[in-house]
Write a protein that binds this ligand. Structure first.
Ligand code: BG6
Length: 481
């Protein structure tokens, strides 16, 4: 079924990495699946002086390799009929007249989506320039890519600036982790199954681990990465969203604001860190050369002696009735031993066992978001034969196989939601600012640059200090369990 309303999608940063790797390939998938209105147009916009042909050939060479499923020359040929290109310098108000003329030429009741896949420092000016030519009317939605600012103050400033021209319900702040099926599946797992929700609390759960580990290093992104770091790139947004989805109370409904209200409550219930408590509860790491791979400091465009973190682990605590006393360990890193995003709930030990091996491992629920999408519940079963020993075996659901239907990539789902005006999977201003507020003491602690990050060998599971962070509580990271 195609989207209900005809649309123009104006894509700023159309020749950039995200557009080529994700946005355009995902729009192509939606096109093939028949989910785009037949007349829907995609207008690529950037500073590059290209004509439509030049743009199409760039899209073709770059983004075709990233189309993962259903590639067909015929479909591609029909998809690119939707694509148009316009040179616009986001900082040049005069360029927006041509943009307005192109877009307004056919829209009155149709939707206009303006996707700002640009550096956040351009958001305010882009919105002002859009508003000057009337491209902030009620039928216009603006999509803001992360990172939204570099700290709480700059994020508030961007939000205030954008709010001058757009109402909150017109603003779609993207965090692509929210578009992942397996993260959304958490709501089903928790709130549609009687056996999970009653156990989802501090009486039964001892600790929770949230991990996004990547094997790649910073690749060609050294310049961007060095001023960003893992805390701003991954923790403030993706890990925070995973935490919210894991820990939130049941929303009154699946309406955007009901879900977002519950997520904000989780972030606001986090025990605030202080500049001093960061030393105890946060580990900052940076990968070092190993196994023929560069260390971070040898990567392209990384300044000598940089302290930028490529790894962060945090022990967080949620101070509410459900979670008091349960540590939530969050971690992310580049150049780690494996690529995995997962949520691990470690259940409490049952106490005295009647079985021969009383040390049988407690239950563990592992929700894997990638590379596989699965749910595994580690349970105790009897070891065959004489005697009565128990051992661990997993009850598992491979979500890709167990449930029929095409699984959309995160960006496809989110782009379709913007086109269809569904705000549920996007961040609200208060949510985003609460997340910045939580990480601010970490940034302040690190700002004096007196303590170098802990080194960890490329393709390892992170610094020793992160192991110690858990060992202090008698816990271990998942790969060691
Ligand atoms: C992006 C970060 O938001 O998420 C990247 O900027 C990171 O540094 C990426 O690699 C990870 O996304 P995914 O979906 O591949 O886990």
């Amino acid at each position: 079924m195609s989207t209900q309303t005809n649309f123009d999608l104006v894509l700023f940063g159309a020749t950039g990495d995200l557009a080529m790797r994700k946005l355009l390939p995902c729009l192509y998938q939606a096109h093939v699946a028949g989910l785009l209105h037949p007349q829907g147009r995609i207008l690529g916009v950037s500073r590059s002086q290209l004509d439509a042909e030049g743009f199409l050939s760039k899209v073709e060479t770059n983004s075709k390799i990233h189309v993962k499923q259903n590639f067909s020359d015929d479909q591609w040929a029909s998809f690119i009929k939707r694509l148009h290109y316009l040179t616009v310098d986001v900082t040049n108000a005069a360029d927006f007249d041509a943009l307005a003329a192109t877009v307004k030429a056919r829209t009155e009741t149709e939707n206009v989506i303006v996707y700002l896949s640009t550096a956040p420092k351009f958001f305010a000016q882009a919105c002002e320039n859009l508003a000057n030519v009337g491209l902030n009317a009620a039928n216009v939605r603006v999509v803001l890519e992360k990172p939204l600012g570099t700290d709480l103050a700059s994020s508030q400033q961007i939000n205030t600036d954008v709010a001058r021209y757009f109402k909150e319900e017109q603003i779609y702040r993207i965090d692509h982790y929210l578009g992942k099926e397996s993260l959304q599946n958490l709501l089903a797992l928790r709130f549609a199954n009687v056996m999970f929700e009653p156990l989802w609390n501090n009486k039964y759960i001892k600790s929770v681990q949230l991990t996004i580990a990547e094997q790649l290093g910073v690749e060609e992104r050294g310049e961007f990465y060095d001023i960003t770091g893992a805390l701003r790139d991954m923790i403030q947004n993706h890990l925070m969203q995973m935490l919210c989805m894991t820990a939130m109370e049941a929303p009154a409904s699946l309406d955007a604001d009901d879900v977002r209200d519950e997520k904000v409550k989780v972030i606001k219930s986090l025990k605030p860190l202080t500049v001093e408590s960061v030393n105890e509860n946060v580990v900052r790491g940076q990968y070092t050369a190993a196994a023929g791979m560069n260390g971070y400091l040898e990567e392209l465009n990384v300044p000598a002696g940089s302290f930028t973190e490529t790894y962060v682990a945090i022990k967080a605590e949620i101070e509410n009735e459900r979670w008091k006393g349960v540590p939530f360990y969050l971690r992310t890193g580049k150049r780690m031993a494996g690529k995995v995003a997962e949520i691990v709930l470690n259940f409490r030990d049952l106490g005295d066992h009647i079985f021969e091996n009383s040390q049988a491992a407690p239950n563990r629920l592992v929700i894997e978001l990638q590379p596989n999408e699965s749910v595994r519940l580690y349970t105790q079963v009897k070891t065959p034969g004489a005697g009565f020993k128990v051992e661990t075996a997993a009850l598992g659901i491979d979500l890709g196989k167990a449930v029929a239907g095409r699984r959309q990539e995160a960006y496809e789902r989110l782009l379709l939601d913007v086109i269809n005006g569904k705000l549920g999977l996007f961040n609200r201003r208060d949510e985003l600012e609460a997340a910045w507020e939580y990480v601010m003491p970490i940034l302040e602690n690190w700002a004096d640059n007196t303590q170098a990050p802990h080194g960890y060998a490329a393709h390892s599971w992170g610094p020793e200090a992160a192991r110690e962070l858990l060992a202090r509580d008698g816990n271990k990271w998942h790969e060691e369990q």
